[in-house]
Design a protein around this ligand. Structure first.
Ligand SMILES: NC(=O)c1ccc[n+]([C@@H]2O[C@H](COP(=O)([O-])OP(=O)(O)OC[C@H]3O[C@@H](n4cnc5c(N)ncnc54)[C@H](OP(=O)(O)O)[C@@H]3O)[C@@H](O)[C@H]2O)c1
Length: 426
């Protein structure tokens, strides 16, 4: 049987699960994958105390990158500082890399893949998007005979759990976040999940694979879920939508748009049914139409499962490597994807106010598809603001922001106007 000799750097949630899996059930990988994975060395800055197995542990992680007995360095420390230095050093020492580090791939992917190519080694990063659900493998291998037109996905389990709880139990955002933290589904500092950064990093990785763009996280437009209120979720239900955080990438006439926004998804769409902490990705190809991938998107065991799958792939020669140069200029200059929109605003309870509101839409040649105005339950109806929700026809991000600004400038509206996208699979 083949043997693959690895060094593992980082023994946190994921690193610990990789060691546990390989130490406790090596026979599953040997039987299914036809390879014996041998852990030659572990890099853990706290030393042997965090590694409950009889393994060679070093506290200087660079030792692992330079160890001549190792074929593959598994990087599971995260971040873009030491992780980058470590990977570069290991590549220069002729080692393949397996990593779960989406921040690093989304920010420095191009230089790392170039360095790997120069040194004739490969980088596995299945664990960086959708954890245990093999979406990178689908794009790199399964769909290799196709041209991808668009993808849409729920790529962050924490935000999906929060939105699901807000919908099922009418929880507030704060309570749903606390529940996620209590269940270990959200980090103590969940900023990168909540503000959309995590999903945007993953979307930029998918974009590089789907559309041959650079690994350029800065070209993704994104927004988090912090402005989604229980009231928005109630309106969504009333209008037959689920509120989801959707990463979306498309190529039209050679121009690529990649984004990640809270989005109203019609109840009939598959993505609207993806609840709790689960991830899902729909990939639409010109030749075969839609394929959909659903499963656990994070957590130690699913992520370790993806890391080990990459190791088995490496033992079989790795992945197809394209000679095609990455396209530096195919990102659209501005986000020109068209989406219907949900607007939520407060309008004064006066004759003619709704007519004036409608005229703002008409002046911009934007259709109103639905309008909900709540009845006022008070006797003194003068100068009372009532909530109004409008579903508009399709408009780009810039048009939506312009319309939102125009609505906020109206004398008849109070506070800020909220707007979210409405998803429609093409
Ligand atoms: N957790 C998930 O569900 C998940 C899912 C998908 C991808 N990922 C990715 O997997 C990677 C690891 O995540 P994790 O959840 O396992 O993180 P974690 O629990 O925080 O573990 C990180 C490990 O790296 C070590 N480390 C961090 N900085 C270091 C440094 N400068 N020098 C030496 N050691 C250092 C930590 O050591 P100490 O213990 O000494 O601090 C710890 O052992 C990240 O790139 C993450 O984005 C995680």
């Amino acid at each position: 049987m083949k043997t693959l000799k690895i060094g593992v750097c980082g023994v946190g949630n994921v690193g610990g699960a990789v060691l546990e899996n390989l130490a406790n059930s090596p026979d599953i990988v040997e039987e299914n994958g036809g390879v014996r994975i041998e852990i030659i060395q572990v890099g853990a800055r706290k030393g042997k105390s965090v590694v409950p197995y009889d393994l060679d542990v070093v506290t200087d992680l660079m030792e692992v990158a330079r160890n001549p007995k190792i074929d593959v360095l598994v990087e599971l420390i995260g971040g873009c500082d030491l992780a980058k230095d470590l990977i570069e050093e290991a590549i220069k020492n002729g080692k393949h890399i397996v990593t779960a580090n989406k921040a690093l791939i989304a920010t420095h992917g191009d230089e790392l893949f170039e360095l790997a190519k120069e040194n004739k080694v490969q980088i596995g990063f299945e664990a960086s998007v959708a954890g245990g659900t093999p979406v990178i493998k689908a794009l790199r291998e399964g769909l290799v005979a196709n041209k991808v037109n668009w993808f849409a996905g729920i790529l962050n389990g924490t935000t999906n759990f929060i939105l699901s709880k807000m919908s099922e139990n009418q929880s507030s955002f704060k309570d749903a976040l606390k529940e996620a933290q209590d269940l270990g589904l959200a980090e103590a500092d969940p900023t990168m999940d909540i503000d959309g950064t995590d999903a945007a990093q993953k979307a930029s990785i998918l974009s590089a694979l789907a559309f041959n763009t650079l690994y350029d996280f800065n070209s993704v437009s994104y927004e988090g879920i912090e402005n989604v209120s229980p009231e928005d979720i109630v309106y969504a239900e009333q209008l037959e939508y689920s509120v989801k955080h959707i990463a979306y990438g498309s190529i039209v006439d050679g121009e690529v748009n990649v984004s990640a926004f809270p989005t109203f998804v019609p109840k009939g769409q598959l993505l609207s049914q993806v609840g709790q902490q689960m991830n899902a990705l729909e990939i639409f190809c010109e030749e075969i139409g839609s394929t959909v991938y659903y499963g656990p998107g994070a957590g130690p065991k699913p992520t370790a499962s993806a890391v080990i799958a990459d190791l088995v792939d490496l033992s079989n020669g790795g992945w197809p490597v394209s000679d095609k140069k990455r396209n530096k200029n195919n990102f659209a200059k501005e986000d020109n994807q068209n989406f219907g929109r949900y607007f939520n605003l407060n309008v004064i309870n006066q004759a003619g106010a709704i007519a004036k509101l409608s005229s703002v839409f008409a002046d911009s040649q934007i259709s109103i598809e639905a309008l909900i105005q709540k009845e006022t339950k008070t006797n003194n109806k003068e100068n009372i603001y009532v909530p109004v929700v409008i579903i508009s026809g399709p408009l780009t991000e810039i048009e939506a922001i312009q319309l939102k600004n125009n609505l906020e400038l109206m004398e008849e509206t109070s506070d800020s106007v909220k707007q979210f996208r409405i998803y429609n699979a093409i």
